[in-house]
Design a binder for this molecule. Structure first.
Ligand SMILES: NC(=O)c1ccc[n+]([C@@H]2O[C@H](COP(=O)([O-])OP(=O)(O)OC[C@H]3O[C@@H](n4cnc5c(N)ncnc54)[C@H](O)[C@@H]3O)[C@@H](O)[C@H]2O)c1
Length: 311
């Protein structure tokens, strides 16, 4: 495969002022993209633009928040006014409020949904309209392991990140006929500004940094994640609707599987709660499973298990 080249393409990276976002901006610009570096920390965004320009690339800072419709439109308008269009959007901006759920305020819960979920909506929609019109586009959303697996102490963050996966899948389905590919990444890079200011439960912090995370630590970096983002942004990537995990030199897919499950003995006779209890191990057993391609696939799976023909 030839070098992935973005010459003539326009990219927006939200939260591009530091850590992962900064890495994506620099790498896309090195490969020829004109990059709108968005960050509410405008000084950080300016610094990344300076780095891009020092390396001979094209960049422009945007200080708008992703969390409002006004901000989202302004970010996309900047790309259009300055560089003519938008081909690539990386929704990366993030915040977190960690802590015990019993103490979590609704304000904190909503503040995190506002940046991750509303933010993804507010920037994606104006970019989407342009991409749909042009019949092409690449969107990368940012999920997190915390949104896919049980993780104590981050209920607001997990909710937002799980929502991002649903949003990714829904837009991937809608984008298929319009040449718009939407995938999500679950990075494992460390170095977040957001977690350094959040106050996770002390006992969790100890547990988190023990074991595997400590051994991966020396290998975790932004550079170990950004190649996946670059590939997903490229026209060469024909995949859509996937959630991909990356960190420390490892890349993999995270998927939703449907177990083989348990079927009632007599079709049309509903199970009793006691039968469900008795067969619960079979219901949740993951030894045999399928990975449905869409919501209707689940219906197909149920019909198959019940021995019914699908039309
Ligand atoms: N670093 C990791 O290991 C890791 C793991 C899982 C998920 N993630 C996700 O990856 C993304 C980037 O993480 P990071 O470690 O680089 O975080 P970071 O905190 O270092 O950087 C996030 C950037 O987003 C900006 N931002 C916050 N709110 C914004 C808003 N309303 N509008 C525009 N910009 C805003 C911040 O100013 C900051 O520069 C986040 O979505 C995060 O949840 C990171």
């Amino acid at each position: 495969m030839s070098q992935l080249d973005f010459t003539g393409q326009v990219a927006i990276v939200t939260g591009g002022g530091r850590n992962l976002g900064r890495g994506y901006c620099l790498e896309l610009a090195r490969r020829g993209a004109a990059v709108v570096v968005n960050d509410i920390d405008g000084d950080a965004a300016d610094a990344v633009v300076e780095e891009i320009e020092r390396e001979g690339g094209k960049g422009l800072a945007s200080r708008d928040t992703v969390a409002t419709a006004y901000g989202g439109k302004a970010i996309v308008a900047k790309a259009v006014e300055s560089f003519g269009t938008v081909d690539i959007l990386v929704n990366n901006a993030g915040n977190v409020r960690a802590g015990d759920f019993a103490d979590l305020s609704l304000d904190d819960f909503e503040a995190v949904l506002a940046v991750h979920l509303n933010g993804a909506f507010c920037v994606t929609q104006p970019a989407w309209r342009i991409m749909r019109e042009r019949g092409r586009g690449r969107i990368v959303m940012t999920g997190s392991a915390a949104g896919m697996y049980p993780e104590q102490g981050y209920s607001e963050y997990a909710t937002a990140k799980a929502g991002i996966i649903g949003f990714t899948r829904a837009l991937a389905a809608e984008g298929r006929d319009h040449g718009i590919h939407v995938n999500a990444i679950l990075p494992q890079a460390g170095g977040s500004a957001m977690t350094s200011t959040a106050g996770p439960i002390a006992s969790l912090k100890d547990a988190k940094f023990a074991g595997p995370d400590a051994s991966l630590g020396p290998y975790k970096s932004v550079e170990a994640v950004s190649p996946l983002v670059v590939y997903l942004c490229s026209p060469e990537c024909a995949h859509t609707g996937l959630a991909l995990s990356a960190g420390a030199g490892w890349f993999g897919r995270v998927f939703v599987g449907l177990t083989n499950g348990w079927t009632t003995p007599e079709l049309g006779v509903p199970a009793t709660a006691e039968e469900v209890a008795r067969h619960f191990d079979e219901i949740v057993d993951t030894e045999r499973y399928e990975v449905p391609d869409g919501a209707s696939d689940e219906l197909g799976h149920i019909a198959k298990r019940l021995g019914l023909a699908t039309g």
